[in-house]
Each structure stands twice: as C-alpha cells, then as structure tokens.
Design a protein around this ligand. Structure first.
Ligand SMILES: NC(=O)c1ccc[n+]([C@@H]2O[C@H](COP(=O)([O-])OP(=O)(O)OC[C@H]3O[C@@H](n4cnc5c(N)ncnc54)[C@H](OP(=O)(O)O)[C@@H]3O)[C@@H](O)[C@H]2O)c1
Length: 283
C-alpha cells in the first residue's frame, strides 16, 4: 500500500506513516516532555552512536548495548545468544533497536535476536520500541532484507508499542559499496538502479525524534533529498575520491536488479533529509 499526503507549497506538511494493515496515518506525534530511560541496541554502530549522543543531548538517560559494551553508558549484550539482554532492557522506557549483523548471520542476530529482545523487554516500563529497518525490505528480494522484514514481523506480532523506521542507504555505505566495486581504473555499476541515499547524521536525528514521540504502530519511512541513479552516484564518487577512474553502467539481469530499477528501494513518502550525496563527498 502506498500512501500520500497532500503537497503544500512547503512540501508535505507532515511526515507519513504506512500502517501494516495498509492504512495511512500522520506521524510521529509530538515529542514527549521529560527525561526517559533509553536503551539503544547497536549503540556503538554508525547510526547508533549518533542516536545515543542526540538522545543524551536531549536530556534522556541513555544506555547503549553492543557485544563489547564499550563506551559511555555501554552495557554488554549479545542478540545472537541472549546474553545480557534482560539486564540491558531492565527499566527501559524507550528502546531504539539499531543492532544488526549483515555480514554475519542476520537470521540469528536480527530475527532470532529481535525475538529474544521482545521476550526480555521490560513490559512494565516499555513505552516505545523503534526498530531501524531499511526502505524496500518488503520488496527487494535479497537475503538480508528478508531477515530485516522478518524482524519487523516479530515486532508487529509482539504487541509491544512499536515504530518500524525504514531508512534508505547511508552515504558512507554508498562509498563503501563503490570502493569495493572498483576494479582498477573501472567502477562497474548496475544499469538503471534507483537510490535515494541519506546522511547518517540526519537519519540519526530523525531516529531520535521518533524515539522521543509516540509509537506509530507501523512503518515510517525516511530517505535522502534526491533520487539518483547508481551511475550518477558512482560518477560523483569517482570524481571526488578516485579521479581517473571510469564508471561503466552494466545491465544486470535478475529479480534483485529489477527491483532496484523499479524503485523498490525508494521511499514512497515520509520526511526527507536535506544533505545530498554531493555535499557528503565535499565533506
Ligand atoms: N548502513 C546503511 O546504509 C543502512 C541503511 C538503512 C538502515 N540501516 C539499518 O540501520 C541499523 C544500523 O546500521 P549501521 O550501519 O549503523 O550498523 P553498524 O555500524 O554495522 O553497527 C551495528 C551495531 O550492531 C551491533 N551488533 C552486531 N551484532 C550484534 C549482536 N550479536 N548483539 C548485539 N549487538 C550486535 C554492533 O556492535 P558490536 O559489533 O560491538 O556488537 C554495532 O553496534 C541496522 O539495523 C541497519 O540494517 C542501515
């Protein structure tokens, strides 16, 4: 289900929410007042550490969980085994669930781990759990996305007060993909892939804002300011980071590639960041 809000001269007045049943609602609702106890899973990660700083700056009492539990307010917890989850979750009024293991076993960490998190949640105190997901997890046929979608379903079925926050690719992630795709003087990119990458700092600010508000009970999307092709992103990246390399657009067959060409990784609505990929490259 795709939803839209009436555009105004200033753009959509409100961010939008796609509810699981297919309906639409404006959201999130205004921020709560006062300081709350927050647990950020994946608080040492790229997004999570920024969310931690922003929520602390907003006056909240923030713990952040990772397997090593390092850093200020760090607690040890392992989603893959369940170690430490009950202790980490005790008394948490808000949970931002940003831990993930795309390079390891996302079915164990993201799906079974989210189930463990749900089981160990402190239902007496919990008022909101925000799950950080990815735009297109329901439409892009890719193993990691299937796992993220399954984790969303675990949360929706949990009866907990949830917001599923689907975000597009972070600029740094695009950098990493392009750097790993480069073969000497050539950067091959899939022809026709459509993306809307976002600044991770803006995504963190949106995550913190949503965590400070009421649960949406469904999906909220967030993406960058501009739709760009993989080739355009690659040309900008090559010019800024690897001058002399040449971008070659290559037709890629298969369902995954077709999904990216069809815009399955683009948000259908929601708030937008303002920092472009070109601005990110300029630093
Ligand atoms: N990267 C993107 O472009 C992008 C775009 C949209 C949405 N997202 C989503 O945003 C979230 C954060 O992404 P990110 O790129 O910031 O991730 P990241 O930098 O890879 O950080 C992942 C975090 O998860 C923790 N973690 C991994 N395995 C764990 C386990 N078994 N138990 C507990 N913690 C574990 C890591 O800490 P330790 O290793 O210390 O345990 C780390 O803090 C993810 O859910 C991702 O799917 C990412």
């Amino acid at each position: 289900m795709r939803c839209s809000l009436p555009a105004t001269p200033a753009g959509p007045l409100l961010p939008f929410v796609v509810l699981p049943a297919g309906g639409c609602a404006a959201g999130p609702r205004p921020a709560r007042l006062g300081s709350v106890d927050v647990l950020v899973t994946g608080g040492s990660g790229r997004l999570g550490r920024r969310v931690v700083d922003l929520l602390r700056g907003g006056g909240h009492r923030v713990r952040q969980m990772s397997r090593r539990g390092t850093g200020p307010g760090g607690v040890r917890g392992d989603l893959a085994t369940g170690f430490g989850l009950g202790t980490a979750l005790a008394g948490a009024e808000v949970v931002v669930h940003a831990a993930s293991d795309p390079r390891g076993d996302p079915w164990q960490v993201d799906v079974a781990g989210t189930r463990r998190l749900v089981q160990d949640a402190d239902r007496a105190s919990l008022r909101h759990i925000v799950y950080v997901s990815i735009v297109g997890v329901d439409r892009v046929p890719y193993g990691y996305y299937h796992a993220k979608f399954a984790a969303e379903q675990v949360l929706l079925a949990s009866g907990l007060p949830v917001t599923l926050l689907r975000i597009t690719q972070f600029h740094e992630f695009v950098d990493e993909l392009l750097a790993s795709a480069r073969r000497g003087p050539i950067v091959p990119v899939p022809m026709g892939w459509r993306l809307r990458p976002v600044d991770v700092g803006e995504a963190a600010a949106r995550t913190a804002q949503i965590a400070s508000g009421e649960p949406a009970g469904g999906i909220v999307e967030y993406g960058g300011p501009r739709e760009e092709s993989a080739a355009d992103l690659a040309r900008a990246w090559a010019a800024a980071r690897e001058p002399g390399t040449r971008v070659v657009s290559t037709p890629v067959p298969g369902k995954l590639s077709a999904a990216f060409r069809d815009g399955a990784a683009l948000p259908s609505g929601g708030a937008r960041g303002s920092r472009t990929y070109a601005e990110h490259l300029r630093g």
